[in-house]
Design a protein around this ligand. Structure first.
Ligand SMILES: Nc1nc2c(ncn2[C@@H]2O[C@H](COP(=O)(O)OP(=O)(O)O)[C@@H](O)[C@H]2O)c(=O)[nH]1
Ligand SMILES: [Mg+2]
Ligand SMILES: [Zn+2]
Ligand SMILES: [Zn+2]
Length: 370
């Protein structure tokens, strides 16, 4: 039995015994004050399906004892694998998540027998639709995420239909903070972000190739380049420091055991620097095949590694390989083409967006790989 869970909103690790409930019995004749106040409480009834102290209705809505967030239905009944997505400002996080979530709902669900639920309830669904889905999939304009200020995270869980070991369900939770992490200045937000990273079962680090000096020189005057962003160099070192610190992994000879996918976004924009025969020019085969294809993965990992070597020198590879046990390189495009000044996307054709995510699922044995 698992007795602890990590809240997908505040990332505190809590005991399942401390989970609180909200009574949803709003029937007028019952007049349950717990339901009227919607205040989370710990029921006196400690059974598996506890009933409300006051009105006796079975309680179904669970909340986090630390932050009152409504917990996914699967809490306590499934093993959870939180995946964290990080990247510097303008590295392409918002657009990446917009496309990733859509593909998880559709193609991935079908191919791997799983389904995506919005854990954050209606708020997550509404926010995803208006800020991400509408602009991108309906109007074909690039998503403009709000990086400033405190934005509620988008929280999902991906439930697998096939039971794992011991007949337990398995779920991947995906909490997306639409901030660069560096922008978080209040202590409270910072520590949430730190727990987010250190509790992760997998990390997707998004890097913008258009920030690399080699590429900027090669593409100067050919395509519009984004402003140089100094976060880019620090984001990985900062993430490593946070994980080591929070997990008390101070012995530097011990590597971090969280799998990390280093994914270069905006591959469409560096198209002319990539060999025409490269596998990075096309969609991967995992979804079509219904399993994580090691052949496809090895091709793109090797290809991306040699590009990283050429674009960046050995430094990134050195840093990653000395710090992490499991890592892999990916190249992807969320949009498929460079948006124009009014943010319209001339040719919306995402590719290889789910690869890093599927690789993490395969590392955890959640999907078949061969
Ligand atoms: N060419 C190209 N540009 C992209 C792609 N994804 C994002 N961008 C550009 O990068 C900018 C920043 O993306 P955004 O997702 O807002 O980054 P965030 O700050 O990390 O959330 C966007 O305004 C786009 O101009 C892509 O797949 N291809
Ligand atoms: Mg953003
Ligand atoms: Zn919480
Ligand atoms: Zn009640």
């Amino acid at each position: 039995m698992i007795n602890q869970f990590v809240c997908p909103n505040c990332f505190e690790k809590k005991s399942l015994n401390d989970v609180q409930y909200i009574c949803t019995n709003t029937r007028q004749d019952k007049n349950c004050s717990h339901a009227i106040e919607r205040k989370p409480f710990k029921p006196a009834d400690r059974s598996k399906n506890p009933k409300c102290d006051e009105c006796g209705q079975v309680l179904t809505m669970k909340t986090c004892p630390a932050c009152d967030f409504e917990l996914p239905m699967s809490v306590g009944t499934s093993k959870d694998y939180p995946v964290a997505i990080i990247g510097a400002k303008e590295s392409g996080k918002s657009n990446y998540v917009a496309v990733l979530i859509n593909q998880l709902k559709n193609d991935v669900g079908k191919a791997f027998n799983c389904s995506l639920y919005a854990t954050g309830g209606d708020r997550t669904i509404r926010r995803y639709n208006t800020e991400f889905y509408e602009p991108l999939f309906r109007k074909k304009v690039c998503v403009r995420g709000t990086d400033a200020g405190k934005v509620e995270p988008l929280i999902y869980s991906l439930l697998f239909n096939k039971k794992g070991l011991f007949g337990r369900n398995r779920a991947v939770s995906l909490t997306f903070f639409d901030t660069a992490g560096e922008n978080l200045n209040s202590q409270a937000q910072m520590s949430t972000h730190n727990r987010y990273l250190s509790h992760a079962a997998g990390i997707i680090l998004l890097l913008d190739p258009l920030q690399l000096p080699y590429i900027r020189t090669a593409l100067q005057n050919k395509i519009p380049l984004p402003q140089e962003n100094e976060d880019t160099n620090n984001i990985l070192s900062r993430a490593i420091a946070i994980i080591r610190n929070e997990n008390k992994l101070t012995d530097l000879s011990k590597k971090i055991d969280i799998p990390i996918a280093i994914a270069f976004t905006k591959i469409d924009a560096v198209d002319e620097l990539i060999d025409p025969a490269s596998c990075l020019k096309n969609e991967s085969t995992h979804i079509r095949k219904g399993y994580f294809s090691n052949v496809d993965f090895n091709d793109s990992n090797m290809e991306m590694q040699s590009l990283v070597d050429k674009w960046l020198g050995a430094e990134l590879y050195q840093q990653i390989s000395t710090q992490f046990q499991k890592f892999a390189f990916f190249g992807l495009s969320s949009l498929g083409s460079n948006p124009d000044e009014s943010l319209n996307i001339p040719k919306f054709r995402p590719f290889r967006v789910t690869d890093p995510f599927l690789w993490i699922l395969a590392q955890e044995g959640l999907i078949e790989s061969k």
